[in-house]
Design a protein around this ligand. Sequence first.
Ligand code: FEO
Length: 170
Amino acid sequence: MMNTNVEATLNKQINAEEHASRLYFAMGVWCDRNGFAGSAKYLYAHAEEERMHMIKLVHYINERGGTALTESLPKPQNNWDSILDVFKNVLAHEEMVTGMINNLYEVCLNEKDYLTSNFLQWYIQEQVEEESGAREILDKLTLAGNSPGGLFHFDKDMAALAAAQASPSI
Ligand code: FEO
């Protein structure tokens, strides 16, 4: 049997990862609409990655004999002021998710659920990478500024980054 508090907090995380997936998908759609095809590719891939984060949690709950829930989701934002605004929001969202993972880890420790805290190590490491990746993208965007040439190269870099991303494994 899973600890009910841990199970409920894991279910909240499932919902948050699925919401992140839809938010990044919506950001990808905005990028496509606004001439940033490379950034769109990157964000669509990122949306898939978030779905993988969700499914990994579902599998874990199932393996432990718990009940994974598919619950309703908030409507994601659909408009941003600029490409810089999009990626500032990616970083802010990742920081928020890191806070949730930290809280989840604390719940596990308080409930003495060491198996789940061990399972969460993967997510903790993943958040370090996701946040640093988002910061690198913001640095590149800051360098590009508002110059059309700079933004063109930024978007080409994003297409290359999307292509280089390993396909998510569940
Ligand atoms: Fe699943 Fe980007 O956090």
